[in-house]
Design a binder for this molecule. Structure first.
Ligand code: NAP
Length: 317
């Protein structure tokens, strides 16, 4: 094993402008940890704004940091007492936000967080799942407790999380409506949404004004004004799951809605279920665009440029 690898790192808190492609030490797996040779790593555009991307859980600065918290790769080594995976296993995982991510040749993480990657798709496609699809799954299943036949609204149905929320809500038996920009309509309908509502300030306002609250479950991946509009379209007694920020307790109470926010957590069993859905042809990973690891800064900068729906992926090897 080499002592040095190439990585995308930020030495000071900020945005994409802080990211440099440079040599870094190959991490050493600790007790219970695995070393994974990264093939592909997906990014979440907002991750550089999250506190835990920069600090430990008790708030200590941990720069330089490596971004990208979803990985598809091969187990290259195991720390003491790491049970489960073996060297050469092809795996995928969500990497916790308070540790270095996968924008590097190698990453370490608890071996218990690894699941066998879906084998019917590419490494880049597999890398789109562990954060985004797990968030959608945990929102719908663990938090909203979606039941078959319920009406689901996914705000931002073409995004990294939203494209999985649409598919999984349909797989779970929901009747899905999704919002997004007009150019995303065909893709979102092809993912299993029964109805698509094109947003754009006036169009959305007209729609919400003309339509009474009707959704049993609303998953808001957008936040801001879209979250504000989401209380009123969730039926009284319905569930509103917010992903970008905690909801307003006051607005939830006024609308008679159970509103909740959570942060996705690693779950190998749920990743195994998602991999099975992919390999059964029921769940489709959507790769928006790929960048070589060396151009990782450009990948983050592309958040503000027009880009296709789905997840942006760094190709490492
Ligand atoms: N709590 C958690 O555990 C967790 C986990 C993952 C992500 N997140 C958060 O979830 C949010 C979404 O993440 P993501 O990776 O899915 O982001 P993303 O890939 O950028 O997706 C956002 C989607 O929302 C769409 N959108 C923007 N404005 C909209 C509007 N007014 N109406 C309808 N759709 C609109 C975007 O369309 P355009 O491309 O046309 O703008 C895009 O398709 C972020 O805030 C992220 O931090 C939270």
């Amino acid at each position: 094993m080499p002592e040095t690898m190439m990585a995308l790192r930020a030495h000071a808190r900020g945005g994409a402008e802080q990211l440099v492609y440079e040599p870094a030490p190959v991490p050493v797996p600790g007790p219970g940890e695995a070393l994974v040779a990264v093939h592909a790593a997906a990014i979440t555009f907002a991750e550089l704004t999250w506190d835990l991307s920069w600090t430990t859980r008790d708030g200590q600065d941990r720069t330089p940091v490596i971004p990208s918290h979803e990985v598809s790769g091969t187990v290259a080594g195991l720390g003491p007492g790491a049970d489960g995976p073996t060297v050469s296993d092809e795996v995928y995982a969500l990497i916790e936000f308070d540790r270095d991510g996968a924008a590097a040749d190698y990453v370490t993480l608890p071996a218990a967080h690894l699941a066998a990657r879906p084998r019917s798709v590419s490494q880049a496609e597999a890398a789109t799942l562990p954060l985004a699809a797990l968030t959608a799954w945990q929102a719908l299943v663990d938090h909203a407790a979606l039941k078959p036949g319920e009406r689901v609204l996914v705000q931002g149905g073409a995004g990294g999380v939203g494209s999985y929320a649409v598919q999984l809500a349909a797989i779970l038996g929901g009747t899905v409506t999704a919002t997004g920009s007009a150019r995303q309509r065909d893709l979102v309908l092809s993912l299993g949404a029964a109805t698509f509502i094109a947003t754009g300030a006036s169009g959305t306002a007209r729609y919400w004004a003309a339509t009474p609250p009707e959704y049993d479950v609303v998953i808001d991946t957008v936040g801001g004004g879209v979250l504000d509009a989401s209380y009123a379209v969730t039926r009284r007694g319905g569930r509103l799951v917010t992903l970008s920020a905690p909801p307003s307790a006051e607005k939830a109470a006024d609308s008679g809605v159970r509103a909740m926010f959570f942060v996705v957590t690693p779950n190998a069993a749920e990743l195994a279920q998602l991999a099975a859905l992919v390999d059964e042809g029921k769940l489709r990973p959507i790769v928006s665009q790929t960048f070589p690891l060396a151009d990782g800064g450009k990948a983050f900068e592309s958040a503000t440029l027009p880009h296709p729906p789905g997840k942006t992926v760094l190709i490492v090897r």
